[in-house]
Write a protein that binds this ligand. Sequence first.
Ligand code: PMT
Length: 346
Amino acid sequence: MEASVIQPSFPVPKESSYFRDNPPPKPLDSHTKLAKVFVSYHLHSDRGVVLVTSGGTTVPLENQTVRFIDNFSAGTRGATSAEYFLEAGYAVIFLHRQFSLLPYSRHYSHSTNCFLDFMTEGQNGEVVVNPGYQQKMLGVLRKYNAARRENKLLILPFTTVTEYLWELREIATLMRPLGPKALFYLAAAVSDFFLPKDRISEHKIQSSENKEPMANGSSDAKTSGNAPPGQGKQLKIDLDPVPKFLKSLVDGWAPEGMIVSFKLETDPSLLVSKAQQALEKYSHHLVIGNLLSTRKYEVVFVAPGKEEHWIRVPVHRRIKSVTGARPDIKAMKDGQTTEQEWLRGE
Ligand code: PMT
């Protein structure tokens, strides 16, 4: 089935109507309770609390969702940054796309290795960590256990853009008493378009030889046979714009917090100007710009009243992924490196 996306020409809906029209996710209450306890725990300490958002939001095309549109993000930026925040002494609320990378476990999940490759059979038939991985795994395990022991890491999942926005609003509001100790680090890839609740079909959109299905909830349109000849298999998706929530975050939900947003572009000539525009529009503290193709080794910091500042991984550390050279399979088998580490240049 071929999908063509028609971009809307009507005004962006206001934030309040978005929350009125798109109900909260079922786990919101339980997540709110967990976040409340977590924030209260850290409220009177001198440590900062950072909300790290990570992973891509989905836009379901059906209520009982078979198909959805996704935003690109593996969660590497968010999960890795969360580890660095913890090391720097922050307590971290990690709001992430379900099943994307998580702090600490990211070193072993989503790897091209099967997790069983990290283990081996010990002398007495017990399962032990492959000696080649032990040193690094011990380091990761200690950091993970410390974060848990000190109650410094709260992990909460989302899937859809609506779930993400409800969670963001609740958590940001709960973090307000933290004042300037609250930091928002918005690395999640958030959809700009969505299919509103009142126009989404309940069941799987049907394909048909002679009819033109439309994911706009209008039953007439969904089943109308008015498709031009030869275009009967098209799926036309009529999406609404998602309101820009950064504005609400800065002005209403977290007026005292420090807000860092990310800007993702694919066209290098647009990156810095788009980051500057975001900063002017939302008046927050920092935009970190990155390009899809180079995001793993360079980012640009754009802050009010400052020159843009590029941070780059030195060439010798990224050369392997740039040249596309194959990893050292023998070293991987000996447990010295995983392919994922190799790709990351570790
Ligand atoms: O996870 P990885 O694979 O490591 O990839 C990391 C990353 C490339 C996803 C990450 O570094 C990144 O750039 N994340 C932001 C992606 C994004 O949503 O960019 P954007 O240009 O579409 O949005 C810019 C900002 O507007 C974001 O901070 C977002 O929170 C905000 N926004 C977006 C949509 C929306 N409806 N309201 C918003 O406020």
